[in-house]
Design a protein around this ligand. Structure first.
Ligand SMILES: [Zn+2]
Length: 83
């Protein structure tokens, strides 16, 4: 186990999760919103546009887009050629 710094609130914590215990609920809500967004609008919008539509702040949004789950959406925006 190692200490991790929560990317949402900056607290240090020790779990396997991406965020601290106190932020887990908000984190799950944001991820659910983002999934809903992609289901409705698909990929291609800028992070700023997604942030406005979902209410997720762009710092968290960038973090989600780096996750495997959303990587394909994030990469289509840049234009990935080796798919
Ligand atoms: Zn936190």
């Amino acid at each position: 186990m190692e200490f991790k710094k929560c990317p949402r609130c900056g607290n240090f914590y020790v779990t396997e999760n991406d965020v601290c215990h106190g932020c887990t609920n908000n984190e799950n809500l944001d991820v659910a919103k983002l999934k809903g967004y992609f289901e409705e609008y698909g990929a291609g919008a800028s992070v700023q546009d997604i942030s406005i539509k979902t209410g997720i702040n762009s710092r968290n949004l960038n973090r989600y887009l780096e996750n495997e789950e959303f990587a394909s959406f994030g990469k289509t925006e840049i234009g990935k050629e080796d798919v």
